[in-house]
Write a protein that binds this ligand. Structure first.
Ligand code: SF4
Length: 333
């Protein structure tokens, strides 16, 4: 049996502790993932690596570039031939990696392409990190921001998501907590555990409706908590970490964009310090479509007029089906 190299070896490789650091320099700094190319390691050490370890290498299957905004969607194949998608989003002054934590997703949000594919498997944290490193290698640029908003529910793969966040911060990648956002539909026990364990990241909660029955229709996961339970956990997280929550709200025409929806949202968040990200639904899944741009702007303005901080999030990669909720649907090996 071979061990994953990202799990720090129990016994020092080559009998010396510093060799692990040298290997990580190759992987993290130089983006060299092949033991034979790690030329400052002795032949004996390289053989020991071959015999006992794997690096969670990802095979790039396809790469699509959105000609309008430069977003790149990557389809990667894992060692067991399962595929996942990751996205690199360019901004004026930085790059953001959107990584997947699972192949598939059990939550099954009705407007989400990933959710329609059902449950896959959890990714090892090395596979999450390798999405980031392989994208950096592909674009030959430093990526400074990471969002856990690709395929999967990060809190359904809690341990690996936690290890990936810590690796991004504590390895030479040195990405600060405010530049790492973990997105979840919200599981109170996991949100509280995240805070209790001192995992430092921004938290984005996929709300999509402040009306209980509508939220349950959009997120038909049997174990979905109630909105009051969710708010209680978010408050707990805030009191422990002092990090303000963000709520993600995918705009769906005729579903969650009416006056009642607006009023319920205002009532829910008016008295808490938080931000609402309004996201235009891209394309169409299960018949869900976005309201037009003007209607979303109006919804946003009305939230602001009610003293709710809301912004309209730029939807990157619409031309290549890389936008929110579109991963995996259009690509096949
Ligand atoms: Fe899963 Fe997120 Fe898609 Fe919902 S939106 S089904 S949580 S990947």
């Amino acid at each position: 049996m071979k061990f994953n190299l990202f799990d720090v070896p129990v016994e020092p490789i080559g009998g010396k502790k510093f060799i692990y650091g040298q290997i990580m320099d190759w992987i993290v700094d130089k983006k060299v993932f092949d033991f034979d190319l790690m030329t400052n390691l002795s032949k004996k050490v390289r053989q020991e690596l071959h015999d006992n370890y794997i690096v969670s290498k990802l095979k790039l299957v396809t790469k699509q570039i959105d000609k309008d905004d430069g977003t790149i969607k990557f389809l990667f194949s894992l060692s067991d031939n399962i595929t996942v998608e990751s996205v690199m989003i360019p901004s004026k002054d930085h790059y953001t990696a959107c990584v997947s934590t699972q192949a598939g997703c059990a939550v099954g949000c009705r407007f989400c392409a990933t959710g329609q594919g059902g449950v896959g498997r959890n990714l090892h944290f090395g596979e999450i990190i390798m999405q980031f490193l392989t994208m950096e290698k592909e674009i030959s640029q430093r990526i400074s921001h990471v969002v856990f908003m690709g395929m999967g529910e990060p809190f359904h793969n809690y341990e690996n998501s936690k290890l990936a966040v810590r690796f991004l911060q504590e390895s030479k990648l040195n990405i600060s907590a405010r530049r790492i956002t973990v997105s979840s539909v919200g599981f109170p026990d996991k949100i509280k555990q995240w805070a209790d364990e001192g995992v430092r990241s921004e938290l984005a909660i996929s709300l999509h409706s402040a009306i209980e029955f509508k939220r349950r229709e959009l997120i038909p996961y049997a174990k979905l908590c109630s909105i009051p339970e969710l708010m209680d956990a978010i408050n707990y997280h805030f009191l422990k970490t002092k990090r303000l929550p963000t709520f993600e709200y995918v705009m769906l025409q005729g579903v969650n964009d009416g006056v009642d929806d607006l009023n319920a949202l205002v009532r829910l968040v008016r008295n808490i310090d938080c931000k609402i990200n309004l996201i235009a639904m891209n394309g169409s899944t299960n018949g869900f479509v976005s309201p037009d741009r003007d209607a979303i702007k109006k919804f946003c303005k009305q939230l602001n007029e009610n003293r709710v901080k809301a912004t309209l999030r730029r939807s990157a990669g619409a031309n290549i089906f890389a936008a929110c909720g579109q991963l995996k649907a259009q690509s096949k090996l």
